[in-house]
Each structure stands twice: as structure tokens, then as C-alpha cells.
Design a protein around this ligand. Structure first.
Ligand code: ADP
Ligand code: MG
Length: 496
């Protein structure tokens, strides 16, 4: 970290690059002033890791460990730092901030994340990129690729069938509805659309593929599309002026399955999405949709489309209870043993893993992969102890901290030097509007609250105001890297 050799100061921060031995002492005084002027909080956040490398021809060269800190200090405090410097060393005319070293990942350098890492080298070893057998295991077996062409759907994964889907209390209704829709062979459609929603890893995609397989087996024409595939198809079709053919094609099927519709964006695509859904439903074709939120919370979509989506059967899949987790895990272990007959996991270990990993099916699958990797690589049986090490990082991350809107408001307020009541107030000065919009944006992306609820928590504002703020900040983040970094940092501080 040290650039020039002669460390003269005793505060551990000074680096004297040839401007006399009093520089380190002066630097220590600069830091003391900054601390006094800005307050302990701000100082600890932004300046604790600022170091003086040297002073060359009137330029004080400072360094910080991350690009983010550099841009933050440059955009918020450069004048302040220069003035403070000048007060101590008159001949300083400029201040430069650089990034030292490259080693540490940005997160480790964040002010609120400066705790020492608890992970042991062994745990890190296990958290390392997944080795080959695991990748092979996770591979899907697409069966529909042969159909080819942009107008076909995303291939179905051969593993994700009704047979491999474990039914429990939290998903029984969704499963029953999915089966009925898939096997329905009477006139018209049953529940149209069938709308499934749940958090990540709770089996939405699995059920959708299950519907696709079963309906195809029954001879029905099925297209399964992820949101991005749907958009891609339309964009392409619009570009090549094939939109009409594309629509015709979509309307000529019996069952349209759309996954992750929360990602559908773009004005014309949304309009096409709406038309397509309407046309299919009106023609008595079955539509099945999955999303991470209920229809009313699909803010990007037109109100009419939302209510159409809500007009069939809406089913939520709840969190996996422990019993269901054990069943899913056991089933998964069994299927792995088809290709790895020597892979043994005792019921006690399986029970432990199912108890430890509470988040979702994806993590359960990850755990099986880790255990398998462990067994294959070391050639030893999986004991309780090795299981514990293998899944440690999955366990640690299992429950993302629940973030409160109030905490978001407090943090953002303090960062922007306004009060929380300013944020909740009617005031419309720029100094208040920007932090308010950032706080609304963070509330949307970090909590599960709906827009109307967020509006209520921000002094009783309308949900359209919140939507406007969210869109605006999203756009600005895209255009302004410094703001992007700022918001990213706030996010991490809240998540820590
Ligand atoms: P989502 O689409 O809701 O994010 P997925 O359907 O991709 O979740 O599920 C994540 C993983 O968990 C998949 O490997 C899936 O097979 C598995 N999974 C989830 N729920 C079940 C279940 N009830 N039975 C068997 N596997 C499940
Ligand atoms: Mg999914």
C-alpha cells in the first residue's frame, strides 16, 4: 500500500513523498479537522481509509481502496478536502484521489462492511466455483430444441415434470390447478389465465414446465416462453415486419405458458403482450402465467392487462415448510443416485440439511450439488460435519435481512443531510426531492411492499408518485455512474 518508503509519521497514515518531514503530521491534522467538521459518522464512512501517498509539486495525492470511494469523495468532498489541506499546508493547490492496489473486492472496503470475514479457508474452498460433476448434474435436457426458429418457445427441461414435483401444503393448490389445466381436454379453457406467483425458487418454473410436458403428451400445441424470449421474439418480428405472422403463430396454439412476466417491459412489447393475452383468452385458448408478484403489483403493465391477468385463477405458492423440504431433498438425492450409485447421504444428514436451508428449492438443489461434489472429490462418505461445511454459505445467506422502509428513510436522510420528516413532508425543493425519490426507489427494490403501501409510508403519497420516482431513479442510474454507485452503496449498507 505504501508508495514511498520513508514513513515518518506515527499515526500510521502519513506517507511522506518528499515534502519535508512535517507532511505526515500535517496530514494527521487534516484528518482531525475533517473529522471535527464532518462529524464522526461521515468521517468514518468516507475518510477512515483515505491515505496520503505523497505531495508532488503542490498536488496532494490521496488514495482509497475502491473506485466507489474515489468517485464519492470526488463528487461530494473534494473542495472540502482541498480547503482543509490548504489550511494546513499553504502550498497545496490541488488534491487528487486515486485507487490503491487492486486486490480487495469492493464489498470488503465498504464502510459498513468493514468487519473481518468469518469464513474459514475451508469454507471458502467449498464456496468456490462449482466443479465439473456439479455442472453436469445441473444441466438441463432440452427436448424441444429441434423445433428451432425464433417463433418457437423456450425448450422445456426434461427434469421438471409433475412426477418430479413434490406436493406439500404450500404448493398443493397451485399444483392441483396446474394439473387440471394441463390435462383439461374439454371445450374452452378452465381458469383463464392461470396465474401463479411466488418468491424465487419456490417451484413456479417447475410447475410451468410440468404443465407444458403434460399438455404436449396429450397432443396439445404448447408454447412455453420466458419473458425475455417473448420480448426477443416480438422485437425480432417487429424488426423484420413479421409481427403479424408471429401473432398468428402465437394465436394458433392451444396453450401459451409465460414465465417471469414481471420482466416484460417496453411500451410496444407491453401492448403486444396485452393484445396477445386478450386474443388467446377470447379465442378460448389456455394461458398460464408465472410471476414473482401478484397481478396488481405488475406496475409496468397497463391497468387493463393487469385486471385481465387477475381475472382467471390467481394462486400463490407459499414458502416450503420443513416437511416439504425434506421430501424435495430426498427426491433429489434419489434422482442423483441414478447416475452416482455410490453417493450416500444418511437420513439424519438429509434432515439436517433440510432444517438448515429454509430459503427455497434452488438452495436445496445447490446443497445436493455441494454434497455430491464433496463426495466425488474426496471419495469419502458425507458425514454431518462435512455436510455442515459444504452448505455453510448457503445457510448463512438463507434469510436475507428484512429491510424496513423506515430504515431506508433514515439512512437516505442522513446521507443527504436532510431529516426523515423532510422526506415525508410536502416540500418540493431539489435538496429534498432527490433523497425522497431515492428512498422510494430503494423501498421498491429492497422490500416487498406494493407501490400504494410505499406511497402511504411516504407521507400518504399516491402510488403513481412512487412509480414516477422509481422509474426516474432507474433511468438516472443507467445514465449516471456516480449515482449508480451511490445507490448501490446505500443498498449494501441496508442489506448488511
Ligand atoms: P421459481 O421458478 O419459482 O423461481 P423453480 O421452479 O426454478 O423456482 O424451482 C427452483 C428449484 O427448486 C428447481 O430445481 C425445482 O425443481 C426445485 N423445486 C421447487 N419446488 C419443488 C417441488 N415442490 N418439488 C420438487 N422440486 C422443487
Ligand atoms: Mg422461475
Amino acid at each position: 500500500m505504501q508508495v514511498d518508503g520513508n514513513v515518518a509519521g506515527d499515526d500510521g497514515n502519513g506517507r511522506n513523498g518528499g515534502n519535508g518531514s512535517e507532511t505526515p503530521a500535517a496530514w494527521a491534522r487534516v484528518k482531525r479537522r475533517l473529522r471535527a467538521e464532518l462529524g464522526e459518522d461521515v468521517f468514518a464512512s468516507w475518510f477512515a481509509r483515505l491515505e496520503l501517498e505523497d505531495v508532488v509539486e503542490g498536488t496532494a495525492r490521496l488514495t482509497v481502496p475502491t473506485r466507489f470511494l474515489k468517485s464519492w469523495i470526488e463528487s461530494h468532498y473534494l473542495d472540502r478536502v482541498l480547503t482543509t489541506f490548504k489550511a494546513e499546508i499553504a502550498e497545496i493547490a490541488r488534491v487528487e484521489v486515486g485507487v490503491r492496489g487492486t486486490g480487495a473486492p469492493a464489498k470488503a472496503a465498504l464502510p459498513s462492511a468493514a468487519k473481518p470475514s468469518a469464513a474459514s479457508p475451508l469454507a471458502r474452498l467449498h464456496a468456490a466455483p462449482q466443479p465439473a460433476p456439479v455442472a453436469a448434474l445441473a444441466q438441463s435436457t432440452p427436448e424441444a430444441r429441434a423445433e428451432g426458429g425464433d417463433l418457437t418457445g423456450t425448450p422445456l427441461d426434461g427434469r421438471l415434470t409433475f412426477t418430479s414435483f413434490v406436493v406439500g401444503r404450500s404448493n398443493a393448490l397451485a399444483h392441483a390447478a396446474a394439473e387440471r389445466v394441463a390435462r383439461h381436454d374439454g371445450e374452452g379453457a378452465l381458469y383463464n389465465p392461470l396465474y401463479l406467483h411466488a418468491g424465487v425458487g419456490l417451484g413456479k418454473t417447475h410447475l410451468l414446465h410440468g404443465i407444458g410436458h403434460a399438455a404436449r403428451e396429450a397432443g396439445r400445441r404448447v408454447i412455453y416462453l420466458t419473458a425475455d424470449r417473448f420480448m426477443y421474439g416480438f422485437v425480432n418480428a417487429l424488426k423484420t415486419q413479421n409481427a403479424l405472422a408471429y401473432k398468428e403463430r402465437l394465436r394458433g396454439i392451444d396453450l401459451l405458458i409465460l414465465d417471469d412476466v414481471q420482466f416484460i417491459q417496453g411500451k410496444s412489447i407491453q401492448a403486444e403482450f396485452g393484445h396477445t393475452i386478450n386474443a388467446l383468452i377470447d379465442a378460448g385458448r389456455q394461458v398460464v402465467v408465472a410471476s414473482d408478484r401478484p397481478p396488481a403489483d405488475l406496475e409496468a403493465l397497463d391497468e387493463r392487462v393487469r385486471s385481465r391477468l387477475a381475472g382467471g385463477l390467481v394462486v400463490e405458492i407459499g414458502n416450503l415448510d420443513e416437511q416439504l423440504r425434506v421430501s424435495i431433498l430426498t427426491a433429489r438425492l434419489q434422482s442423483v443416485r441414478v447416475s452416482h450409485p455410490t453417493f450416500e447421504v444418511s437420513p439424519a444428514v438429509a434432515a439436517y440439511v433440510a432444517r438448515a436451508i429454509t430459503a427455497n428449492g434452488r438452495d436445496l438443489e445447490g446443497a445436493v450439488n455441494r454434497l455430491l461434489a464433496h463426495a466425488t472429490l474426496t471419495g469419502t462418505a458425507v458425514t454431518m460435519e462435512t455436510a455442515e461445511t459444504a452448505i455453510r454459505d448457503l445457510v448463512k445467506n438463507r434469510e436475507p435481512k428484512r429491510i424496513k422502509i423506515e430504515d431506508i428513510q433514515k439512512l437516505v436522510a442522513s446521507r443527504y443531510n436532510v431529516s426523515r420528516s423532510d422526506i415525508l413532508s410536502e416540500r418540493r425543493t431539489a435538496a429534498v426531492v432527490k433523497p425522497r425519490q431515492i428512498a422510494m426507489y430503494l423501498s421498491k427494490v429492497l422490500t416487498l411492499r406494493s407501490l400504494p403501501e410505499i406511497g402511504r409510508r411516504f407521507g400518504g403519497r399516491d402510488h403513481t408518485t412512487v412509480l414516477h420516482a422509481v422509474r426516474k431513479i432507474e433511468k438516472q442510474i443507467g445514465e449516471d455512474a456516480v449515482l449508480g454507485d451511490e445507490v448501490e452503496l446505500l443498498k449494501r449498507m441496508l442489506q448488511d
